[in-house]
Ligand binder design. Structure first.
Ligand code: FE2
Length: 654
């Protein structure tokens, strides 16, 4: 007789516990255990509980390969979802084998778990395990299907695939009991008092492992509700005329005040703060250093000489690398919207900036279109105050459109959704890269689905309040993706290509490079542990399918993007993973706002000692970066905290 001891941990999420019956089967190299009901007196799988059971076998099972958890009906109770965190199994010889689960198990089904040690497909040789990988991926690919949202867009999650499926089929690798209940589809609804149409079914029918808790979903929706109603009450949402004075705008933004918002309200019209925002505002990726002026911006030395002062000229400053350009070319052909019966206008500005000897970045010329001529004058700081202020205001309006649609939503939210989809579809749970990336992709599918249902949908907020509307948004994002490159995606390469490596007071760059280096060091340790050679990367068919799917579905197989369609060396894999994790966490924090901190891994997907030590080292490194940033911020008038590690979320989830 051999006795195996099981320790089962149920998650602490709301409704994580279940009343359903749970049985377990252990599968080893020398045979299978009997199916054993996990049952004590009283409630077994309450939220947050840790329960111990014994599974008796006639003989030892050899090396443990799989744990099967069977979830079945209890008496006449309705089926009850269960969030199983993990099961650890102690063999008769005392060896402890962890089985990480960390997933919701809905309906009546059997879930097969592998031990926690990660393995690539080429490290598996047993047909049982190879078959397990194949079936797991088939099930996921059936569940997570790609959808074309608009031409030229990165592909995204087809939420309707969840509605078509019976819930039991979503996770189970083996379906044991058919489900008789069908989800009811209530149809699209307007929430009472909510000014935008919301696709309720797509939110309700999301596969539970990718959705927030029900309370989080509710808070996301209902936090948007007062904000929208507030805009309506204060006359912002359907305003038909112009504001009479600048203080009228201040009245619109009477709530959500912070130190930063107050600082901006005090300094927004200053040239030095206008320049500072290009470095450390929410869109710190626009500036390019110029060695010569583009022909579409015919600024002369005479125009800017009074600003540059004596002893220098425009040509000298160009040669010194002190002249920068923010070019909003992408807006030149954007469709323009009509709001509340009023035609809207969009500028496609060229904004020239100069790095002064005092280290301030100052705007020195603005042209509001891409075509120079009498219809498009060049505005200068020496013009009358209101003309110059208005020219800068148009630039900020263009900045908002490019930032929110492309830098924020396209380059973090939508691309991270594609990474998340490819990871779920191409990498099994036991794959080291799945374990590495899961925390950085979590919740992204859900938050994007909510955004599409409330903000981007026809009649949504984008259509109601922006000058380009939804049609313009689709144009901007598809054009942005068509020009987005692997260089843009990798922070060090992007900074080098833009010529901004030495510009002073660029805290986004300084903090971002430190975070990038910390992620790169952590990823290098994980990759070198699982991929000792070029061949180990090249022969990992699952990894190559994952890269290929991202290339095809996120970047639409555009070779000129520079994104890889396959990876050949561990170094290439390290760079690719570093860029993905950086963009899913730090870059989103820099362009969104402070919100679970980077490097926090409450679910223990990695169970071996080496990757666990790498995680600890990564956390220590981030803590040091945080101390450095906080010390630096003490000397800044406006502290730069967007890339302070405790304020960086692990994933795109807001
Ligand atoms: Fe966001």
């Amino acid at each position: 007789m051999a006795v195996y001891r099981l320790c089962v941990t149920t998650g602490s999420y709301l409704k994580a516990g279940t009343l359903d019956n749970i049985y377990a089967t252990l599968v080893g190299t020398c045979g299978e255990s009997p199916r054993r009901k996990l049952d004590h007196v009283g409630r077994d799988f309450a939220k947050g509980s840790v329960q111990k059971y014994k599974v008796r076998c006639e003989a030892e099972l050899g090396e443990l390969l799989l744990l099967r958890l069977h979830k079945e009906r209890f008496a006449c109770f309705r089926k009850d979802p269960w969030y199983c965190s993990r099961v650890s199994v102690t063999a008769p010889d005392g060896t402890v084998v962890p089985f990480p689960c960390y997933q919701w198990i809905e309906g009546y089904c059997t879930v097969e778990l592998r031990p926690g040690a990660a393995s690539t497909v080429s490290q598996d040789s047993l047909p049982l395990l190879l078959d397990h990988r194949t079936r797991e991926l088939q099930a996921r690919q059936e569940c997570y299907r790609w959808k074309i949202y608009a031409p030229g867009f990165p592909r995204m999650l087809d939420v309707s695939s969840f509605q078509e499926m019976e819930s039991d089929r979503k996770f189970a690798l083996t379906k044991t009991v058919p489900c008789a209940e069908q989800g009811n589809n209530p149809g699209n609804r307007y929430l009472p008092g909510f000014p935008m149409k919301i696709d309720i079914p797509s939110l309700l029918h999301m596969e539970p492992n990718i959705r927030y808790s029900a309370t989080k979903t509710a808070s996301l929706i209902f936090n948007a509700l007062p904000a929208s109603l507030g805009m309506k009450i204060r006359g912002l949402l359907d305003r038909r005329g112009s504001w009479k004075k600048l203080d009228d705008i201040r009245n619109i933004f009477w709530c959500h005040k912070t130190f930063t918002t107050e600082y901006v309200a005090e300094h927004w019209y200053e040239d030095s703060f206008f320049g500072y925002q290009y470095l450390n505002g929410v869109n710190p990726v626009m500036l390019h250093c110029l060695s010569s002026l583009p022909s579409k911006l015919p600024v002369t030395n005479d125009m800017v000489a009074p600003l540059l002062g004596p002893g220098t000229c425009l040509q000298t400053e160009l040669e010194r690398g002190h002249i920068f350009l923010a070019d909003y070319w992408i807006l030149a052909d954007a469709p323009v919207h009509c709001l509340n019966g009023s035609q809207q206008y969009v500028a496609a500005p060229l904004c020239l900036l100069w790095l002064s000897p005092q280290g301030a970045l100052l705007p020195v010329a603005i042209q509001l279109s891409q075509t120079p001529g009498p219809e498009s004058p060049i505005f200068l700081p020496t013009d009358c105050e209101m003309d110059w202020l208005l020219a800068k205001t148009w630039v900020r309006n263009s900045e908002f459109l490019v930032h929110e649609n492309n830098t924020h939503f396209l380059c973090t939210h939508l691309l991270c959704e594609a990474f998340s989809m490819a990871t779920l579809r191409q990498l099994p749970l036991c794959h080291p890269i799945y374990k590495l990336l899961l925390p950085h992709t979590r919740y992204t599918l859900q938050v994007n689905t909510i955004a599409r249902a409330t903000l981007l949908n026809p009649e949504g907020l984008v259509d109601k309040v922006t000058s380009i509307g939804r049609r313009g948004l689709i144009y901007l994002m598809s054009t942005g993706l068509a020009h987005f490159t692997y260089t843009d995606f990798c922070l060090p390469d992007s900074l080098r290509a833009r010529g901004v490596l030495t510009i002073p007071n660029y805290h986004y760059r300084d903090d971002g490079l430190k975070i990038w280096a910390a992620i790169e060091r952590f990823v290098s340790e994980i990759v070198s542990y699982y991929y000792p050679s070029d061949a180990s990367v090249q022969q990992d068919s699952e990894l190559q399918a994952w890269v290929g799917e991202i290339f095809a579905q996120a970047f639409l197989s555009r070779e000129s993007s520079g994104f890889p369609s396959r990876l050949c060396t561990p170094a290439e894999l390290v760079k690719y993973l570093t860029a993905i994790i950086f963009n899913c966490s730090a870059q989103h924090a820099a362009v969104n706002s402070g919100q679970r901190p980077l490097g926090t891994y409450p679910d223990e997907h990695f169970t071996e000692e080496a990757p666990r030590q790498s995680i600890a080292a990564f956390q220590n490194c981030l803590a040091q970066i945080s101390r450095d940033i906080r010390e630096r911020n003490q000397s800044l008038a406006l502290p730069y905290a967007y890339l302070d590690p405790p304020l960086i979320e692990n994933s795109v989830s807001i």
